[in-house]
Design a protein around this ligand. Structure first.
Ligand SMILES: [Cu+2]
Length: 146
């Protein structure tokens, strides 16, 4: 009984790391001008334990900033500055995070990103709907479990 409880706890603790996601900012386009990062972020779920991965060229960088600096594209007050072309930013806490490229003119050209980090949700992460859907057309197995 106690052993089963320990196993359950270990499983629950292990789940978030298994499903932690590396979000490649901009996907194949990376961190660059002319991309709508609001649109990129809008279809995604950002959870505590995930990472943001910024990939960019030598003329760019990444600043984590306050909301007001994100909205006004004001560089120079970075909460944290990332350089080098490849940065992994762990999402450690709930709430909004704001990033801009501090190079003059780049933020207004689109290099600004806001994400909202939410609590890890095992039901959404562990049950990709496409897997479930694929059973539905093959003999009603999907109907039995739903
Ligand atoms: Cu830039």
């Amino acid at each position: 009984m106690a052993f089963a409880a320990v196993c359950l706890i270990i499983t629950l603790l292990a789940v978030p790391s298994v499903y932690a996601v590396d979000h490649i900012v901009g996907d194949r386009s990376g961190w660059s001008r002319g991309i709508n990062y609001s649109q990129w972020a809008s279809g995604k779920k950002f959870a505590v334990g995930d990472n943001l991965v910024f990939s960019y060229g030598s003329s760019d960088s990444v600043d984590k900033v306050r909301r007001s600096d994100y909205e006004s594209c004001t560089a120079g007050n970075a909460l944290k500055a990332y350089k080098g072309g490849n940065n992994t930013v762990p999402l450690k806490s709930l709430g909004s995070m704001y990033f801009i490229c501090p190079v003059f003119g780049h933020c207004v050209a689109g290099m600004k990103l806001r994400i909202i980090v939410k609590a890890f949700d095992p039901t959404s992460a562990a049950a990709p709907s496409t897997t479930k859907d694929s059973y539905n057309g093959s003999g009603g197995f999907g109907n039995m479990i739903s």
